[in-house]
Design a protein around this ligand. Sequence first.
Ligand SMILES: Cc1cc2nc3c(=O)[nH]c(=O)nc-3n(C[C@H](O)[C@H](O)[C@H](O)COP(=O)(O)O)c2cc1C
Length: 266
Amino acid sequence: MDTRTVKLVYFSPTGTTKAVVEGIARGIGPGTPEYLDITTPEARKEPLVARENELLVIAVPVYMGRVPALVHGWLNAIQAQNTPAVCVVVYGNRTYEDALLELQDIIVRCGGVPIAGGAWIGEHSFSCPETPTAAGRPDTDDLRHAEEFGRKIREKLQSVPSVRELPEVQVPGERPYRGDPTLWTIDFISVDDRCTQCGVCREGCPTGAISPDDSSVIDQEKCITCCACIKKCPEHARTMKPGLVMEASKRLNTLYREPKVPEYYL
Ligand SMILES: Cc1cc2nc3c(=O)[nH]c(=O)nc-3n(C[C@H](O)[C@H](O)[C@H](O)COP(=O)(O)O)c2cc1C
């Protein structure tokens, strides 16, 4: 089958999911991919409509072994019509548990037909220079793997006249989904006097938790601890305060040193 349009949707506060999606797009080529970055609240205002002759790639990071609760509403509102779909999760070298299955289930409920899925590794959101976890990932090998996956998706689609002839792909995971997706409501970011109020942190915040009047003021109820503001600050003015997140960062650094490898299912 011929898919004229490839729509690549990603939620990616710290950019690792985005990098994997771009790798997959290079493999799927040729043509102009349509990217839809749903990281900011403004980008999640309009629902996505996808048709049968389009290919949908949907990618999210893993939060607590699950699809981030923040994007559930937007994902569940996708209107697809037998649209072939590729589900991708990116996790911080701990485990992706049931996130890939959960994402696939959402896409099926929206009318998508999952034809492929995969899990990649990205630098952990809680990784910091003192306690790194999966630092620098996805690396060159990960991205080569993502491109290879993209090429295989194209070959799979070209091998059949219609998406209806493709069996639903099986991905790992359990139902009911394990884990507790509840995030911590926690004051864990320290802002020092290097902050110039440039607004980079505010623009990249996926929940609008940073005050437009003062970047050091954070709405704890909205913060999802994604750490994008810490990692994107050009002045390195934002760091982790001692506490739960810093302890988690140390624990991850100790327990998940062995690099995991990407997996895909076709
Ligand atoms: C609240 C939260 C929960 C997370 N839970 C997991 C997890 O269960 N397993 C894991 O391996 N990584 C976990 N991570 C790490 C992210 O999945 C990982 O860093 C990912 O690459 C971030 O994607 P992004 O760069 O697109 O934001 C978590 C990160 C956050 C912020």
